[in-house]
Design a binder for this molecule. Structure first.
Ligand SMILES: NC(=O)N[C@@H](CC(=O)O)C(=O)O
Ligand SMILES: [Zn+2]
Ligand SMILES: [Zn+2]
Length: 373
């Protein structure tokens, strides 16, 4: 899989250039970053065999993660979230300190009483808004936010419960590349004006419009590795690239640059949310492939690359490890991880009991290798 940033392979350089590169490598090979253990504020862990296969990849590097509720059937109740949490804990490697932070899937029939229960459970940290039909397993999502959901939103404000938003409209007449922008204009902007006290995270932002909106309101945003390093060309480079397909879909280069500037500026409103979304290989490489990029194994290496290239490695730790817990009102992690500047090859795929999952940048070389201290 080719990307816009990682296309240069050392072996394709003339030998003299390669020598220089090798010398540079010798100096930077010793480079190590020790940072507070990061959290992932947007993660899909799935269930069953796939959950067992992917959970170690996140648990290895991250302290906590916001677990997305778009299972089949979706996690719409506190009871279901608590049961799902137990199955995640069971799938963790021995001695893992990873903490899943559960969420509820908002529907037109969610009740204020369910929000109260969720808050009192102590294990549910947010409610997720999927506009019905916007993305994977969103068919039970919201169709009437400003009608049926209003009492629930009021209850969330009361409990300071964050609303996490998949920010895309679903009307077929709206161009897929404009769905985030139109969502901001027609849904998000009226929502935050109506509820200035509501805590909102705009998930996986993909446009300069979203960056501007986040900066001008009292809200926050997660940013994925793919939206920082890939633009929409990556969907078609050398043929259709199903493993680069996710929603919201990759955008133009100008949007990618705006997102890179926002996160590397040191703004506290942006934090790490991988949106790692594994699908079995056969559900990606088929006539109607699912949306979702499996990036958990490469996420930290890609984020480090972005901050390094922007000359902003000093701002990496706030993005990966401080801004998220500060926004959610949770303590920062106390343990550390090390990122080592050393080349490593991303596996082509991971096999599990029911098939294979293909990671982002499968088979390519990356530069930063994370390992727990
Ligand atoms: N991002 C994706 O393309 N897919 C996610 C759903 C989502 O986060 O929208 C998934 O669950 O597969
Ligand atoms: Zn989404
Ligand atoms: Zn997601």
């Amino acid at each position: 899989m080719k990307s816009s940033i990682f296309t240069c392979k050392a072996s394709s350089f003339p030998s003299t250039t390669f020598k220089v590169l090798k010398e540079v490598k010798i100096n930077i090979i010793k480079m190590e970053l020790s940072i507070t253990r990061p959290d992932d504020w947007h993660l899909h862990l799935r269930d069953g065999k796939l959950l067992e296969a992917v959970v170690p990849h996140s648990a290895h590097h991250f302290g906590r993660a916001i677990i997305m509720p778009n299972l089949k059937p979706p996690i719409t109740t506190t009871a279901a979230a608590m049961a799902y949490r137990e199955s995640i804990l069971k799938a963790l490697p021995i001695n893992s300190g990873f903490t899943p932070l559960m969420t509820l899937y908002l529907t037109d029939s969610t009740t204020p009483a369910e929000i109260k229960l969720a808050k009192e459970s102590g294990v549910i940290f947010a409610v997720k808004l999927y506009p019905a039909g916007a993305t994977t397993n969103s068919q039970d999502g919201v169709t009437d936010l400003f009608g049926k959901c209003m009492p629930v939103i009021e209850e969330m404000v009361k409990h300071n419960m964050p609303l996490l938003v998949h920010g895309e409209v679903t009307s077929p007449e709206v161009d897929i590349f404009d769905r985030e922008k139109v969502f901001i204009e027609t849904v998000l902007s009226p929502l935050v004006q109506k509820f200035p006290q509501l805590k909102v995270v705009m998930e996986h932002v993909t446009t300069m419009d979203a960056v501007k909106f986040v900066e001008s309101w009292r809200i926050a945003a997660t940013v994925t590795p793919q939206h920082l390093v890939l633009n929409r060309n990556s969907l078609f480079q050398g043929g259709l690239q199903p493993h680069n397909y996710c929603l919201p879909v990759l955008k133009r280069e100008t949007h990618r640059q705006a997102i890179v500037s926002a996160v590397t500026s040191g703004s506290k409103r942006f934090f790490l949310g991988t949106d790692s979304a594994p699908h079995d290989r056969l559900k990606k490489e088929c006539p109607c492939g699912c949306a979702g990029i499996y990036n958990a194994p490469v996420a930290l290496a890609v984020y480090a690359k972005v901050f390094e290239e922007a000359g902003a490695l000093d701002k990496l730790e706030a993005f990966t490890s401080f801004n998220g817990p500060d926004f959610y009102g949770l303590p920062r992690n106390t343990s550390k991880i090390t990122l080592r500047k050393t080349p490593w090859k991303v596996p082509e795929s991971f096999s599990y009991a029911s098939g294979h999952v293909v990671p982002m940048f499968a088979g390519e070389m990356l530069d930063w290798l994370p390992s727990p201290v």
